[in-house]
Design a protein around this ligand. Structure first.
Ligand SMILES: NC(=O)c1ccc[n+]([C@@H]2O[C@H](COP(=O)([O-])OP(=O)(O)OC[C@H]3O[C@@H](n4cnc5c(N)ncnc54)[C@H](O)[C@@H]3O)[C@@H](O)[C@H]2O)c1
Length: 399
């Protein structure tokens, strides 16, 4: 059993506590930190949390607390991590790890110096569908992954601080792009170095300083591309979709907006449908169990099992740091309008990754390009002559 200090009584503090108290009911949020006493007390009563405090330090240093969970606005992650490391407490931090890579690196160094377990709470690589998809990719079902497209869009966040650049550190690229980037890393291979990026980050709709739409490409050393599409101005709910393209297969995952549950209501009884759903009547797309679908159960199971076994979870501060470095490069690219290098100060993956290649011989003179059954029933082959380099086509004789 793990006793946890939850820092932050807002939106994610709620989700995390439901996640912790749900599947692993033996784990318990023992103390809630909220700067507002009333909110702390209300959170404590709602979730059956024994203690509440308005002091972040007190929550972290509570002698009964085994690990700290950070669910605070982005500008407070560094302070919370430093206090946890100083107290020798294992610490799990929400996304994005830092407002930039400088903060993220400071956090990574603090926890490693203190020798405490650290987990990066990137829930979207823990959705049941994503876990299964990643397993299929690792077992070779898709051959070599060439391209991952990840989309995280909704009509904009729910609290003032997200929209305030000095507090949040950035707009949708930082807030939602971080999910897409880590999802793509998991499919492409976390040991393959991200080399360079090109990105667009524009403020198209909202009266804010930060970007409300961001698109970009991350090129990995083996040639694979991770494409992200993030928006705070998408209309129609929350769209979390991923596509993985490999040399031997394809995966499409829809994590949220349309998960196979569709309902029509004339609107007699309205109410909560799903996170960021914009309408409550007509055809709506509810989500069966958001805590499960968004990966919170599996994420905390991995994190707290690692704590029990003194191992590392699937996602650590190192991963959070890599994501922050990629995003910093994206911001540079959005300004320069050019490909920009990812400048990693720490890299623990492969020093050299082989380029993607699925080239195979067809016969002693030809390399295989493609085979296709044509409408007339014949099978057409496209081959490349090894000596001349010429591409030819021929009809394959069936046995
Ligand atoms: N899927 C996800 O992983 C996910 C989803 C949402 C939010 N988040 C992350 O969780 C963090 C918190 O976001 P949220 O949605 O819970 O925000 P929120 O606004 O709902 O909650 C933040 C909480 O922090 C409190 N707070 C604000 N300023 C504070 C200060 N200066 N000192 C102490 N407390 C303060 C607020 O009162 C509130 O209780 C962010 O880093 C965000 O990126 C992650």
């Amino acid at each position: 059993m793990a006793k946890l200090a939850m820092l932050g009584a807002g939106f994610i503090g709620d989700f995390y506590t439901y996640g912790l108290h749900g599947m692993r009911s033996r784990d318990q949020v023992h103390i809630i930190y909220s700067r507002d006493e009333g909110r702390g007390r209300a959170f404590s009563a709602k979730h059956g949390v024994p203690k509440w405090t308005t002091s972040m330090k007190k929550a972290i240093e509570d002698p009964e607390v085994d690990a700290v969970v950070i669910g605070l606005p982005n500008n407070l992650h560094l302070e919370a991590v430093k206090l946890s490391a100083a107290a020798g407490k294992p610490v799990l931090c929400t996304k994005p790890l830092g407002r930039n890579a400088v903060e993220a690196l400071e956090m990574l160094e603090a926890v490693e110096k203190a020798g405490v377990l650290h987990g990066y709470l990137e829930d979207l690589v823990y959705t049941p569908k994503t876990l299964k998809a990643i397993e299929s990719v690792r077992s070779g079902a898709l051959g070599q992954v060439t391209w991952v497209r990840s989309r995280e869009t909704h009509p904009g966040p729910h609290s003032d601080w997200f929209w305030t650049k000095e507090v949040s550190g950035g707009g949708v690229l930082l807030d939602m792009g971080c999910h897409c980037i880590e999802i793509a890393r998991n499919y492409i291979g976390k040991d393959i170095r991200p080399v360079e990026v090109i990105a667009v980050a524009d403020t198209l709709v909202k009266p804010i300083e930060a970007e409300d739409n961001a698109l970009g490409w991350v090129r990995y050393e083996n040639g694979a591309i991770g494409q992200f599409e993030a928006s705070w101005t998408f209309r129609g709910g929350m769209d979390l979709r991923d596509e993985v393209m490999g040399t031997e297969g394809t995966i499409w995952v829809n994590n949220f907006l349309r998960t196979g549950f569709e309902m029509f209501t004339a609107g007699g009884k309205s109410g909560y449908v799903a996170e960021k759903a914009e309408i409550e009547k007509g055809w709506i797309f509810p989500v069966g169990d958001e805590i499960a679908e968004l990966g919170y159960y599996h994420m905390f199971t991995d994190m707290l099992t690692a704590l029990d076994n003194k191992t590392a979870p699937q996602e650590t501060f190192y991963d959070g740091y890599i994501v922050n470095e990629i995003m910093d490069a994206c911001y540079r690219s959005a300004r320069s309008k050019k490909w920009e290098p990812v400048m990693l100060k720490v890299w623990r993956g492969k020093e050299k990754a082989d380029p993607i290649s699925a080239i195979r011989d067809y016969d002693k003179d030809h390399v295989f390009v493609k085979e296709e059954r044509m409408p007339d029933g014949s099978i057409k082959l496209i081959l490349k002559n090894k000596g001349t380099g010429k591409i030819i086509q021929k009809i394959k004789k069936e046995k």
